[in-house]
Design a protein around this ligand. Structure first.
Ligand code: SAH
Length: 501
């Protein structure tokens, strides 16, 4: 029989998962998760792990608690290790205690992995420290939604009201008028600051600060709903001064990333860091070729090559895979000059111990040609490992300039069979503010998956593209990009979005 881990998955920001929680998700046989535990974490699970959703959304229980308990017990008795993920901390209003009691009763081994609880994290992301020496000496976690079957309330409103404790209410939005009323009736000043934080720590976080007297009406007016944390106390007055998360330039903005999944993470990560709600919609997949005979022959003939020109990160990766495959490594490039079309490609080369001899100041083929000519490439043997289908400008111009050019396909890009439903729905709901295109093929493939007319129906959605070549492809479909960086790089694109969206 194996162990059950009651794991806190934090309040939503994927970065707030603990290292221990991540390790357990990666290794357990079964992952059982709740509505509020961010589904992002499931990507850490083993490919063969059994993943079971037992979520609760409001009153709509997917599985009643006793059945959840039974499910976990059955899995453990079948010899499986179980990661039981819960939002926030499992022992703070998470019914983790009840699940643990059941496990003990059944003689099943268990461990608890505490998580970052919403009652501390959501205020922190809204600029509110739950304790501060100027305001309070204690903090109180309170349910705003007592078990309705209980005969007598466990609340002592007078004590809450008379203490100078910061009061943090979970599950309380619906009962906000009752909560505020009871606290004022118990003697807390009607001017006491009160804050609400909805979807705390996530890209769609919203917060508001009011007073005990006005909070219920204001929350209703602003349609504040669950899941929200309510904070009562002087510390809420710090939220303006200490606000940081809600100042992120892209907070709450929905941005679609169309790059291949293998490459998307760099752009998606930067955008998330800037606060964006990222929709990953990979339009292309990067795949190895069916046959690498030609590449192998070319590698064995590297002795005759003067310049190797890499035009993409994938070109570097797939070229090296083949190099290693035939028992060679970076030393095979010994006497060869190397060029990279941009900084990301250059970094990929540096990872393999090769510092490029030339990186053009602007990241388009034309600039590479000019730079390489200045390096005296005329008459030299040039090998360009790249995608099977790509623009011909670079090889053609280099050949015109007198170089002896050979193009070597080392990978190919294909259209993904992605389903655009999530994107069309999000567009319709107004949840998408920008689309990003990082190459001509992302544009072409995007419009294969979603018709240009569909997009035209949303003129407010901004189109961001990496550079002039991609912009030209967009214009073929009748779109002019609203946002385009000065330098044609991923960080440049992200910065331009931050400034203009
Ligand atoms: N065990 C969880 C709490 C579960 S009770 C924890 O430790 O955080 C569910 C309540 O938690 C919600 O009704 C809401 O009040 C609060 N909550 C959970 N996640 C939240 C979030 N990201 N932002 C605001 N409140 C949240």
């Amino acid at each position: 029989m194996s162990t059950v881990y009651l794991i806190g998955a934090g309040p939503g920001d994927p970065g707030l998962l603990t290292i221990k929680a991540k390790h357990l998700i990666e290794t357990c046989d079964v992952v059982v998760y709740d509505y509020l535990a961010n589904a992002e974490f499931l990507k850490y699970a083993r490919k063969d792990a059994e993943i079971i959703y037992v979520g609760k959304k409001g009153g709509d229980h997917t599985l009643p608690q006793d059945q959840i308990n039974q499910l976990i017990i059955d899995k453990a008795k079948a010899g499986k290790s179980v990661a039981r993920l819960k939002g926030g901390d499992p022992y703070v209003f998470g019914r983790g205690g009840e699940e643990a009691e059941e496990l003990v009763a059944e003689g099943i081994a268990f461990e608890v992995v505490p998580g970052v609880t919403a009652g501390v994290a959501a205020p922190a992301y809204a600029g509110i420290p739950v304790t501060h020496r100027d305001f309070t000496t204690s903090v109180c976690f309170i349910t705003g939604h007592e078990d309705p079957t209980k005969e007598e309330s466990g609340h002592n409103w007078e004590v809450y009201a008379k203490s100078n404790s910061t009061l943090v209410f979970y599950m309380g939005v619906k009962n906000l008028p009752m909560i505020a009323g009871n606290l004022m009736a118990g003697g807390r000043s009607k001017d006491t600051p009160v804050a609400l934080v909805r979807w705390g720590t996530r890209c769609n976080q919203e917060s508001m600060v009011s007073t005990l007297e006005n909070v219920a009406a204001e929350a209703e007016k602003r349609k504040f709903a669950a899941p929200s944390i309510i904070i009562v106390g002087g510390v809420c007055s710090l939220s303006d001064k200490l606000s940081w998360f809600e100042k992120k330039p892209l907070l709450g903005k929905g941005v679609v990333v169309t790059r291949a999944r293998e490459q998307a993470s760099d752009l998606a990560d930067v955008l998330r860091h800037m606060g964006a709600c990222v929709f990953e919609f990979p339009t292309i997949t990067v795949e190895p070729l069916d046959d690498y005979d030609e590449v192998e022959q070319a590698i064995l003939a590297l002795g005759a090559v003067d310049w190797l020109v890499f035009t993409s990160v994938n070109g570097v990766k797939h070229f090296w895979t083949q190099l290693n495959e035939i028992g060679l490594d970076s030393r095979a490039l010994g006497g060869i000059s190397v060029a990279a079309i941009g900084p990301a490609t250059a970094d990929e080369l540096k990872l393999r111990g090769v510092t490029p001899d030339f990186v053009p100041p602007k990241y388009v083929a034309e600039e590479v040609v000019a730079g390489l000519l200045a390096q005296g490439i005329a008459g030299k043997n040039v090998l360009i490992p790249r995608a099977k289908v790509a623009r011909e400008v670079l090889p053609e111009e280099l050949a015109k300039a007198g170089a002896n050019v050979r193009v070597l396909p080392v990978y190919e890009t294909r259209l993904t069979q992605a389903d655009a439903t999530e994107i069309t729905e999000a567009l319709a709901k107004g949840n998408i503010q920008a689309l990003t295109f990082t190459s001509s093929s992302t544009v072409e493939n995007f419009f294969t998956l979603l018709s240009p007319d569909t997009l035209r129906a949303y003129p407010d959605v901004k189109i961001a593209c990496i550079g002039p070549v991609t912009a030209k492809t967009l214009s073929r479909f009748g779109f002019t990009p609203h946002i385009q960086p000065e330098d044609y790089t991923i960080p440049g694109l992200a910065a331009a979005l931050g400034a203009k969206l």
